[in-house]
Design a protein around this ligand. Structure first.
Ligand SMILES: CC(=O)SCCNC(=O)CCNC(=O)[C@H](O)C(C)(C)COP(=O)(O)OP(=O)(O)OC[C@H]1O[C@@H](n2cnc3c(N)ncnc32)[C@H](O)[C@@H]1OP(=O)(O)O
Ligand SMILES: CC(=O)C(=O)O
Length: 525
């Protein structure tokens, strides 16, 4: 089966996405990761744009890349300037990459209205720029900007522009759906026409403004394009680029093309998260193939079927792209969700117990709980319903005080009184805010009896108002994420009072940690 060249432009077009700004170090780290997985071409940046991109092209020369070729991106020469005097082309030459990618105009509207040159000058700009870089010993990829819009409005001129690039020595012409407005049938017709018009092989570069960038990419490949340009997670200008993660997974797993190194598809989830992390962006949980919900089963009927045959509700096996299956517990659960979630605890799938757990989940979710995001609280709930839960301490009372005046910032203090192993612990602690003070006081009271709580840390705190339009007072749902040196877990509390909701989530977090350290939540042997 034929091999598709994968051209990553995360570091150039991806950086054009709102809110994306990679540091030089990020760019070098992403380059190393892409090389490791077998990406063929990595567009490192816009050579003329800024100091960071220029430095990237210097530093990347010292990297020991095993497979990837680096390309520097720039545009055709400015109008009425000789190629050898054009600052953009000089920057491309000085980037010293083996490959240069030059973008040029294809749509007559852009030629007359944006560049404000005639068609002959635009063709000369393309020809001169490609020929100059080829003469400088560079391999040139020509990006035909707005090819699909150009082809729709003036096919004859659009084809002349790519002929100019091909004849001047471009080793590949990449057809760009720059505005992302084309649908798959438009892609197919225009790729066919390009294929018949030039010698150079074709690539495809789609934007996602119509939410079909990946579909368009696949369609172009089916029509004979041999290179896919895109970005990891689809980041990029406006609605982004074709997501290479989905494009590669579809091409390799569904259409039997070859891409990247053998086995790299299994690392797509890891790659996606790595790039989100460096881009300082949140993961998209519903992202196809690699999102944390991509294989999360929630509806009771689905879970029932998945327990019998996973492929009944999954288009691929999650592990094939390095992802995991998840079974969620919620008010939409049936007995099958509970059975799936509790198998690890060896409850012998006791039918009455499963029913009781499900009833309790439904009751609490009706009251505002949401166990999908709070699996540690769900684990404790099982123990409570199974009557194997024994509280590690009892609350006698707590109080939280916030004091401020015109001269002072707020000071927060919490007092907690607990019964722990028969002793009364009465402590006071300060904090940055009420929840922090409460957390500090709770742990201060418990650490003498349970020193392991020294390693417990609160890492995230989320609060959400629920039923705010109901006739009753609004409730709040607090979800806390905690960690120790081994694990991260989430707990939940719901109340009309935000401090009480936080207390409930904190108590679950502490109880979970103590039970976990006793080996309670280990999978049954
Ligand atoms: C479809 C794409 O994603 S293409 C990549 C887009 N990415 C970027 O623009 C990011 C990096 N860009 C930059 O750093 C700057 O825009 C630079 C350095 C390239 C140019 O900066 P400036 O010289 O200040 O020009 P500015 O950005 O205001 O305008 C673009 C200029 O390029 C010209 N231009 C645009 N496309 C082309 C082209 N394909 N060939 C030649 N000239 C072009 C425009 O006509 C305009 O020149 P003019 O002012 O003489 O009419
Ligand atoms: C080249 C490019 O990024 C585009 O036309 O969208």
């Amino acid at each position: 089966m034929s091999r598709i060249q994968i051209y990553d432009t995360t570091l150039r077009d991806g950086s054009q996405g709102e809110g994306v700004n990679f540091s030089l170090q990020d760019k070098l780290m992403i380059t190393a990761k892409l090389d490791e997985l077998g990406f063929d071409l990595i567009e490192g940046g816009f050579a003329q744009a800024n100091q960071k991109d220029a430095e990237y092209f210097q530093h990347v020369q010292d990297m020991d890349l095993k497979h990837a070729q680096i390309t520097a991106f720039g545009m055709t020469r400015k109008k009425e300037i000789a190629a050898e005097d054009d600052l953009g082309l000089i920057a491309l030459r000085d980037a010293k990459t083996p490959v240069c990618t030059v973008v040029g105009k294809t749509w007559d509207l852009h030629v007359t209205e944006i560049l404000r040159v005639d068609e002959a000058e635009n063709l000369a700009m393309i020809r001169d720029s490609v020929a100059y870089l080829v003469a400088e010993g560079r391999r040139v990829i020509y990006d035909a900007e707005h090819y699909f819009d150009g082809y729709r409005h003036n096919p004859e001129f659009a084809l002349k522009t790519i002929q100019a690039a091909s004849e001047a020595g471009a080793e590949l012409v990449c057809l760009c759906d720059t505005n992302g407005g084309t649908l798959p049938e438009g892609i197919a017709a225009a790729v066919k026409a390009a294929k018949g018009a030039i010698k150079a092989p074709l690539g495809i570069h789609c934007h996602n403004d119509s939410d079909v960038a990946v579909a368009n990419t696949i369609r172009a490949i089916d029509e004979g394009a041999v290179q896919v340009q895109g970005t990891i997670n689809g980041i990029g200008e406006r609605c982004g680029n074709a997501d290479l993660v989905s494009a590669i997974a579809n091409l390799v797993l569904k259409k039997n093309y070859q891409a990247l190194h053998e086995g790299s598809v299994e690392h797509l989830t890891e790659l996606s998260r790595y790039v989100y992390e460096l881009a300082n962006m949140n993961f998209r949980s519903n992202q196809a193939f690699v999102g944390s919900s991509a294989f999360a089963h929630k509806g009771g009927m689905h879970v029932h079927a998945v327990n019998r045959l996973a492929s009944s509700y999954e288009h691929i096996t999650p592990e094939v792209v390095g992802n995991n299956r998840k079974i969620l517990v919620s008010e939409l659960s049936g007995r099958s969700n509970i059975v799936a979630k509790t198998t690890k605890y060896n409850l012998n799938q006791d039918a009455e117990l499963m029913k009781a757990i499900l009833a309790r989940v439904e009751e609490l979710e009706y009251a505002g709980y949401q166990f999908e995001a709070a699996e540690a609280s769900f684990d404790l709930l099982i123990k409570k319903v199974a009557k194997t839960y024994e509280p590690k301490f009892a609350r006698l009372h707590y109080r939280v005080n916030v004091e401020t005046d015109s001269a002072h910032d707020p000071q927060t203090e919490a007092t907690v009184k607990l019964k722990v192993n028969g002793n009364t612990e009465h402590v006071v602690a300060e904090g940055d805010g009420p929840v922090n003070a409460l957390d500090n006081a709770l742990r201060k009271a418990l650490i003498p009896a349970y020193p392991a709580l020294e390693t417990l840390q609160l890492v995230d705190y989320k609060v959400r108002v629920i039923n705010s339009t109901g006739g009753t007072a609004a409730k709040v749902r607090v979800v806390i994420e905690s960690k120790d040196n081994k694990e991260v877990w989430s707990t939940i509390g719901v109340s009309e009072n935000i401090i009480e909701a936080s207390w409930l989530a904190l108590v679950d977090s502490v109880e979970y940690k103590l039970y976990k350290d006793d080996g309670e939540f280990e999978p049954a042997k």
